[in-house]
Design a protein. Sequence first.
Length: 132
Amino acid sequence: MSAFRSGSDLVGLLLRLSLGETPSALTASREGVLTHLAMQALLGAASRGATRREIVRECALLAAAGGPYAGSSEELTPVGLDWLSAVPLAITVGVLLASPPFAIKLARGGFGPHLLDAGSIRVIEGERFGQV
């Protein structure tokens, strides 16, 4: 979605490739396009030990497009464009407010080995990223 918003149609490219076509080169994308994933931000905050108050504060920042979300747009749950996307977002918020530590269980859940786990997130957030 981030690529699409910056002007690159990666889905179209993959569809053309899957049909055996040889697509033309992608056009240059726009620089400076910022996106975020609200559910991922909330789960990340909770998995780093955020309190309920801090989770509510993160929700307020996301809703107001403030702080680290200033100037960015939502990728997965764009409630303004797709009101039904509020359902999984609201469920995530509800679960995290009921039990913030549950985020760690979600991160370690059986959703597949392709997803980041808590250790991978620490590496990315730490100084060792790019050295591993």
